[in-house]
Design a protein around this ligand. Structure first.
Ligand SMILES: [Zn+2]
Ligand SMILES: [Zn+2]
Ligand SMILES: [Zn+2]
Length: 268
């Protein structure tokens, strides 16, 4: 498991959360991407295929953005426009299987696209309204109209955006400074670690005592919910992790819960 991604990117966690009734399919904002050549290395490293589409893992902001693929070089005069692909169809699978390291495809999420015209000295030509690959059409049957062009597809991608370029300081936080989805994330994280403290190894099996297991933000930033920043800790380890926590657990409800825990689960 990669360790520095937002927590809802982990398939296991996502399905766990869904099974608990949470909706986590957050639309990632649309961002126009520069058209780039795609070779097999890119496909292995930066491109993800799923039954929902083809996604670029954008290294600049760690988001997955939906894209389409099309042939870079084409006989535009002789054969018309290349088709665009939105799934790992037979044609794309054949390209991957061919093992060629040439960049035969390009990826894009904008309109128009650029094609090197083999009928005019490989000149870069702007092309609009690519037709959809027939294999892809069948794989995505019912999701899109059969006559959907690349221009229509780009419009669909743009409209799916409801959080376009959300700035970090726009994250909605609750009164204590936690993000609104913190309760779900924290619960999922503790479930994932089976209520076992990452410091002392204590495991809590009694469901009524699971509140004693807490999710800590390693860097202190309560809006930084990347998995690498989280730690599942028993309340005793959590309360003594630094001076700020010690002060926090020395009073009020926190202190009472800690004392309750120390009685039930005395230090070995
Ligand atoms: Zn296709
Ligand atoms: Zn903490
Ligand atoms: Zn512990």
């Amino acid at each position: 498991m990669a360790n520095d991604e937002p927590i809802y990117k982990f398939e296991g966690l996502k399905s766990l959360l869904r099974s608990m009734g949470y909706r986590l399919d957050k639309a990632v904002g649309y961002k126009p991407l520069k058209i780039e050549d795609v070779d097999i290395n890119d496909i292995r490293k930066n491109i993800k295929f799923s039954d929902k589409g083809i996604f670029l893992i954008d290294q600049t902001d760690d988001q997955e953005r939906q894209i389409f693929l099309y042939k870079r070089n084409y006989h535009l005069a002789r054969y018309g426009k290349p088709r665009f692909h939105i799934r790992k169809c037979q044609t794309i699978q054949d390209f991957i299987n061919s093992g060629t390291f040439k960049s035969e495809y390009r990826r894009a999420n904008t309109e128009p696209v650029l094609v090197k015209d083999m009928d005019s000295n490989m000149r870069e030509v702007e092309v609009r309204n690519l037709p959809l690959c027939k294999y892809c059409m069948n794989m995505a049957l019912g999701e899109y109209s059969r006559s959907m062009t690349s221009a229509d597809f780009v419009k669909i991608l743009q409209q799916a955006d409801d959080s376009y370029e959300k700035a970090p300081d726009n994250i909605e936080v609750d009164i204590l400074g936690y993000t609104k989805d913190w309760a779900e994330i924290s619960l999922a994280y503790r479930e994932l670690h089976e209520y076992t403290c990452e410091k002392c190894g204590l495991r809590i099996t009694n469901p009524f005592d699971q509140l004693f297991m807490q999710t800590h933000h390693r860097n202190g930033n309560k809006t930084d919910n990347r998995q690498s920043n989280l730690q599942c800790l028993c309340i005793r380890c959590h309360a003594s992790i630094d001076d700020r926590h010690k002060a926090n657990f020395a009073r009020g409800g926190n202190r009472a819960t800690l004392e309750n825990f120390n009685t039930k689960y005395p230090r070995e």
